[in-house]
Design a protein around this ligand. Structure first.
Ligand code: ZN
Ligand code: ZN
Length: 371
């Protein structure tokens, strides 16, 4: 074959390049005026799908990026600053993939099978699943066994709001990056907080000023100063800090649905229910880490177009173990018939309130965001 390139080939390459740049450009992140064929909500992790079938001993372009992802959520230590992760599927990556699979209830093969990759590209909370090398999402862990096979977790050290701070005030402080109106935001967050208040001795009240608030809520784009930059549509949706920090940040680039039925929202399949994510992040604000119970509020991922706002028994046990039980709380019976299939399990009424020794044994999961 000769080395010369025909003008026709050059033209083809040029056209292809223009098409690729058009499709991936971040300028295309919003739907207004776009051709219908362009998805305005590109998934930052969609390239992981090219790694399906990859296993130990292989080398494939993109594995370095997957290592960054696993490092972000606590499954690998950060790479040395001098050298980014390489694309070799080494033993450390195999162990990290297996740990991820155990946390999400998948076959712990250490291989990047299709199911594992699909789970990894799902939009999720930015808070890490593993903190300081220890995961309490692992349903076989000694910590989980101590909790009577319940799978909720705490942040390392079990931080919580102290007894003299049970009436918590929150302020919605950064809304310029979202088009959702203020009244709607107040209503959504009030409902989200009420889920946790119903189960515990905690009370929540919105206040106008951050200086009067224990908890601050805001929408941000990209790098916003806490070392946990948001990544545009999908990918990480939000993050929140453990007690008593009180910061709760949402990625302004998401196709948030704050009103109406998220399942029928037309956002190129990227619609995310704001209240569902708020209920989850409030769990972090109060001291809960991630759970490996798929139906629980504290499970790390959420499907687009879906709504999950009712505390599951695992969430209830976790939060009541920290703050006690609301005397008016009867069960986790949801208010909506469409989501009322879950029931408390037989041990749900057990008092497993942890003493300090218990909390010390629960070397929990999550950290903040590493989000
Ligand atoms: Zn989370
Ligand atoms: Zn943040």
């Amino acid at each position: 074959m000769g080395a010369s390139t025909s003008p026709r080939l050059v033209l083809l390459v040029a056209v292809a390049t223009v098409v690729v740049v058009f499709v991936v450009s971040p300028v295309m992140a919003f739907p207004t005026g776009l051709p219908a064929t362009v998805n305005p909500f590109p998934n930052p992790w969609s390239a992981f799908q090219n790694l399906s079938g990859c296993h130990a001993g292989e080398e494939r372009e993109g594995l370095g990026k997957l290592k960054d992802y696993l490092s972000h959520f606590g499954y690998l230590p950060p790479p040395p600053s001098s050298s980014p992760y390489g694309d070799a599927f080494d033993d450390a990556l195999e162990a990290a993939v297996a740990a991820y699979q155990r946390n999400f209830g998948l076959n712990a093969t250490g291989e990047l099978d299709t199911t594992t990759v699909e789970q990894m590209v799902a939009p999720r909370c930015g808070v890490a699943d593993v903190i300081n090398g220890t995961s309490t999402m692992d349903r076989n862990s000694s910590a989980a066994a101590l909790r009577g096979r319940h799978l909720y977790s705490y942040f390392p050290g079990g931080p919580m709001w102290p007894p003299f701070r049970r009436n918590l005030r929150y302020a919605i402080t950064a809304t310029s990056a979202t088009s959702i109106d203020r009244a709607t935001l107040s209503a959504v967050f009030a409902r989200a907080f009420s889920r946790w208040a119903a189960a515990t001795t905690l009370k929540f009240k919105e206040v106008a000023s951050a200086s009067d608030a224990d908890i601050t809520i805001g929408f941000y784009s990209g790098d916003h100063g806490d070392g946990e930059a948001f990544d545009g549509p999908l990918g990480t949706l939000a993050h929140a800090f453990s007690p008593t920090d009180g910061r709760f940040h949402l990625d302004a680039a998401e196709a948030w649905v704050a009103n109406g039925d998220v399942s029928s929202a037309s956002s190129f399949g990227a619609a995310v229910d704001l209240e569902s994510v708020a209920v989850h992040e409030i769990g972090h604000l109060l001291g809960l880490g991630h759970s490996s119970v798929p139906d629980s509020i504290m499970y790390p991922t959420i499907r687009t177009g879906s709504r999950k706002v009712e505390l599951e028994s695992d969430d209830v046990l976790g939060i009541q173990s920290l703050y006690g039980t609301n005397p008016n709380f009867r069960s986790v019976t949801p208010t909506s018939p469409s989501t009322s299939s879950r029931e408390m399990d037989g041990s749900a009424g057990a008092d497993i309130r942890p003493g300090s020794g218990f909390v010390g044994l629960v070397v929990a999961v999550v950290l903040l965001l590493a989000l």
